[in-house]
Design a protein around this ligand. Structure first.
Ligand code: KIV
Length: 291
């Protein structure tokens, strides 16, 4: 296991499987730049995810679909620059593969995931879905040396097909999800994110799988939990129902900044406006040199 450029030893995907076997809960948080990365690392996150939720949270898109691989790489590099302050053990850095970067053939998927590992400090990728084509992608990436975190349940890249509803609510879809999870594990995924599914389904899958199940809106009986950091801090305008904020970050920030702005306006020492514009430097007319 090599040292990071700043001297601390980063966690590896295999460490998460060991955490599961040791019964140690895994804490995973998203980050999108150096500032948020330093915060979540200082908070002790085991895994930092550069999630494609940044398309909505940071880039202002209505869904996660528009974000490009180039943009994900740029954010991932910024996150990497915010990590690695010794003596903390550096978290595992995982980057989401964006929509259509891995759905257009196995070679394209290797190229996209390979770019993440070559051109950013991420040590693993995450991708959504459990259809046979996606399982084949996982198999190919893992065989190419690229660690893969899987993601089932509410998969925002499929919003136009599945919406943002809770998933796997009936026995047929629960069995489908269970099969997909087993296939993703067999293909070599090192962890599975389960988003917005019934808690008893997550709890039973956690027992069935050897890899860790990391939940979000999937109940407490998981091997770990993941949250979008901006949601947890209450910074976003709309929160998902399954991610209550820890603090009212948005109103606290607006209140503090608003206090500064009004304080400035009410300052007792107003800056007097200049009577006339500052002197313009006079144009130098070069002296005529006689011929
Ligand atoms: O993009 C993201 O932030 C995610 C988490 C919700 C797991 O995929």
């Amino acid at each position: 296991m090599g040292l990071s450029p700043r001297g601390s030893v980063p966690l590896r995907p295999g460490d998460l499987i060991q955490f599961k076997h040791d019964g140690r809960p895994i804490a995973m948080l998203t980050a999108w730049d150096a500032l948020s990365a330093a915060l979540v690392e200082a908070a002790g996150a085991d895994v930092v995810l550069v999630g494609d939720s940044l398309a909505m949270v940071v880039l202002g898109h209505a869904t996660t679909l528009p974000v490009t691989l180039e943009e994900m790489l740029q954010h991932c590099r910024a996150v990497g620059r915010g990590l690695g302050r010794p003596p903390a053990r550096q978290p595992l850095l995982v980057c989401d593969l964006p929509f259509l970067s891995y759905q257009c053939g196995l070679d394209g998927a290797v190229a996209a995931a390979g770019a993440v590992l070559k051109l950013s400090p991420a040590a693993a990728v995450k991708l959504e879905g459990g259809e046979p084509e996606t399982v084949a992608v996982v198999d190919r990436l893992v065989r190419s040396g690229i660690p893969v975190m899987a993601h089932l349940g509410l998969t925002p890249q499929s919003v136009h097909r599945l919406g943002y509803r809770r998933q796997a609510t009936d026995p047929v879809s629960q069995e489908r999800l269970r099969r997909a999870a087993l296939n993703l594990e067999a293909a070599g995924s090192f962890a599975l994110v389960l988003e917005h599914v019934p808690a008893d389904l997550a709890a039973s899958l956690r027992r069935e799988l050897a890899i860790p199940v990391i939940g979000i809106g999937a109940g407490d009986d998981c091997d770990g939990q993941v949250r979008v950091t901006a949601d947890l801090l209450g910074l976003t305008e709309r929160q998902p129902p399954f991610c209550p904020p820890l603090l009212a970050g948005r109103s606290l920030a607006i209140e503090a900044l608003g206090g500064w702005v009004t304080g400035l306006a009410a300052s007792t020492d107003p800056i007097s406006p200049p009577d006339q514009p500052p002197d313009q430097p006079s144009e130098q007319v070069p002296e005529q040199v006689p011929n």
